[in-house]
Design a protein around this ligand. Structure first.
Ligand code: GDP
Length: 461
């Protein structure tokens, strides 16, 4: 397939030792060649693929050096997008990297849309449907890091799991086939029943496990709806500001793009927080009163996470206690702020009220405790496994729907065997499970089933 050449900053926004501008497309090499001056007269068009070259980027108009760079040339199809890819490593920092981006845009590249590199990887056949969908979904998470974390974890993991399950089902189907073909052997039938139950239960458990990740997948996709509550003056705005300022990696904040900056999205260790009703926090001083208001109740109800802020420098008030009541049964992190000031709050009582909820102490004025808070947020929602990166997330609603259907089908299999339903009927449900799972990864259906069944049958018997 042929596309125009796209470019984007591929490293997170902000300060870093190096930053990378990536180009992909037929013109990737020739565009950079217009700007790159390496040693002697070396042209990137002539260099071997997958090599890196030191040199300078020169603005052809002013003939000024724009940046000292290392340029990696990777020719398709052995690249992420399967197209020609050029990566310009430049010095970190927003200004430099933007200048480089602007330069390549001026000389023939188009600014990539979010996820466009990945989209190309799919369109050019490098990744399968579920991976591509997952990527496209996650892009809506609005935060760069959340996307990357999920992406890394997802690289084929869901597909591999699904494939493994389908393989199990195929093997089972092969056995069922034997049973249908040689019904005269009694023990075969018994064995088949036993094996069917075993395998079907295994598949069922795996599907259920996948469905359980959907919640986290949803968080990665949509952001974790978060509400900051607390009496006036406890430090809610300060908290909001700390979270926003410490987590600048908001994908939409690229100069030169027209997309709106949604500043309520912050990215905390891979957990995209969607700070709800932040305007409300800024505008209304008395949030406790607000809680009585219908709208605030609704906001609270919609929240996945409540950040409840208390003031270390004041005694607990009935309003504080009311707040705890209002968020009963929700995911709450209790924050005792203003730790730099003398303690007047009854910490024992706070611990009692907090029950099992994480309790973090901060001094937001001095930017202290924010790390611990972020840690608490991350571990609350990923049980610390986020960094370990061994989760497979299901976040796409189509996948979830298919998994649910597959679960129904496999339940029918189990029920069927238990009730002594004729094996060829059970076989239909089992095949349906296989097909539904296959739809997730966009596999072709009947023909390969027949082929596989046949090959297995011959090999095994
Ligand atoms: P809000 O009304 O809950 O949004 O509270 P603000 O964030 O506006 O903070 C109220 C006041 O407390 C401001 O003057 C902040 O500078 C101050 N403040 C916030 N956090 C701290 C802290 O940790 N220590 C001290 N000493 N003052 C703080």
């Amino acid at each position: 397939m042929e596309f125009d050449t796209i470019a984007a900053i591929s490293t997170p926004m902000g300060e870093g030792a190096i930053a990378i501008v990536r180009l992909s497309g037929d013109e990737a090499v020739s565009i950079v060649d217009k700007l790159f001056k390496g040693k002697g007269t070396k042209k990137l068009a002539d260099v071997p693929t997958h090599t890196i070259h030191y040199g300078h980027l020169i603005d052809p108009e002013t003939e000024q050096i724009v940046e000292e760079v290392m340029v990696t040339v990777m020719r398709g199809p052995k690249t992420f997008t399967r197209e020609d890819v050029v990566e310009i490593n430049c010095h970190g920092g927003l200004v430099t990297v933007n200048r480089v981006l602007q330069l390549v845009l001026k000389h023939g590249a188009r600014l990539a849309e979010p996820g466009e590199f990945t989209k190309r990887a799919f369109l050019n056949g490098r990744i399968d449907l579920s991976q591509a969908e997952a990527v496209m979904d996650l892009i809506r998470a609005k935060t760069d890091r959340a996307m990357n974390v999920a992406l890394g974890q997802m690289e084929g993991r869901l597909s591999k799991l699904i494939q493994k399950l389908r393989q199990e089902i195929l093997e089972t189907l092969a056995h069922v086939e034997v049973n249908i073909d040689y019904p005269e052997y009694d023990d075969v039938e018994e064995m088949t029943h036993q094996m069917l139950i075993e395998k079907a239960t295994y598949v069922k458990k795996e599907i259920e496990r996948l469905l359980q990740t959907a919640q986290q997948g949803k968080i990665l996709r949509e952001g974790l709806s978060t509400v900051i509550i607390g009496r006036p003056n406890v430090g809610k705005s300060s908290l909001l500001n700390s979270l926003v300022h410490e987590n600048k990696a908001i994908v939409t904040d690229i100069p030169g793009t027209t997309r709106d900056v949604i500043e309520e999205y912050v990215n905390v260790r891979g957990v995209p927080l969607r700070l709800l009703d932040t305007a409300g926090i800024r505008e209304t001083e008395d949030v406790v009163e607000q809680i009585g208001v219908e709208r605030s109740r609704k906001v609270l109800k919609e929240a996945d996470l409540i950040l409840l802020v208390l003031n270390n420098n004041e005694e607990l008030t009935p309003e504080d206690e009311q707040l705890f009541e209002a968020v009963e049964g929700m995911d709450v992190i209790v924050i005792v702020n203003k730790m730099d000031l003398p303690q007047k709050i009854d910490m024992e009582r706070v611990k009692e009220l907090a029950k099992n909820h994480p309790l973090v102490t901060t001094s937001l004025l001095h930017e202290q405790g924010v790390d611990e808070l972020e840690e608490a947020i991350a571990s609350l929602f990923f049980e610390g496994s986020l960094e370990a990166g061994d989760m497979t997330y299901v976040s796409n609603s189509r996948h979830i729907a298919l998994l649910n259907q597959a679960l129904d089908a496999i339940n029918d299999v189990i029920k069927g065997v238990e009730m002594g339903t004729p094996i060829d009927i059970v076989q239909i449900d089992l095949t349906r499970t296989w097909e539904l799972l296959g739809e997730i990864i966009g596999d072709t259906v009947h023909e390969s089933l027949i082929d596989q069944l046949f090959s297995q049958f011959c090999l095994g018997k």
